[in-house]
Design a protein around this ligand. Structure first.
Ligand code: HEC
Length: 162
């Protein structure tokens, strides 16, 4: 080994160590939604227009007075933009919510205008529509949502003893 030997070893160790940290993160935290994948977002936009827009609105703005139950005791559709709370929920919860629908999700005879989409949309279409919704959020909200997914995933791993 020449004079550079010890430095070369140090740099090598630092690079491998850094790569391992990055790799661990990439492996441990699967990203359920793909808001930066153009073809997924394009599919999601179509799924949204055909299935969700009638209630949740063309601009994802929801229905007026969405926090107040109507005469039949049902909630109007909430917005999916920054003013709503869709982005307060981890991706895994949102996927489950769209699949099963609010009636099953809440239980106890809860009534809702929204049905479940299992059997109507494929899993890929559900991921796509939520990816499209996420793609409309600001970079700041998308980051906050990524962090929530990470915390949710870590909590799940812990609960499973992993
Ligand atoms: C018939 C109207 C209607 C349609 C169509 C509809 N929704 Fe909804 N959605 C609602 C209502 C109403 C709620 C509020 C749930 C409740 O009743 O408590 C809701 C709630 C949600 C929520 C939870 C938001 C939160 O902040 O908790 C998500 C996510 C959602 N809808 C996604 C979708 C997607 C995706 C589609 C299309 C595949 C869709 N919805 C189609 C009416 C609708």
């Amino acid at each position: 080994m020449g004079r550079l030997g010890p430095w070369a070893v140090l740099i090598f160790v630092a690079l491998v160590g850094g790569a391992m940290v990055l790799f661990r993160q990439a492996v441990e935290i699967p990203s359920l939604l793909k808001p930066t994948d153009r073809s997924v977002v394009e599919l999601g936009k179509q799924v949204y227009a055909n299935n969700c827009m009638v209630c949740h609105g063309e601009q994802l703005q929801g229905q007026p007075n969405w926090q107040q139950r109507d005469a039949n005791g049902l909630l109007p559709a909430p917005p999916h933009d920054a003013s709503g709370h869709t982005w307060h929920h981890p991706s895994a919860y949102l996927i489950e919510f769209v699949k099963r629908g609010p009636v099953q999700m809440v239980g106890n005879g809860y009534q809702s205008a929204m049905g479940g989409y299992a059997g109507v949309l494929t899993d890929d279409e559900i991921v796509a529509v939520l990816s499209y919704i996420k793609s409309t959020w600001s970079a700041r909200i998308q980051r906050a949502h990524n962090q929530m997914d990470e915390r949710f995933f870590e909590a799940q791993q812990k609960a499973q003893g992993g």
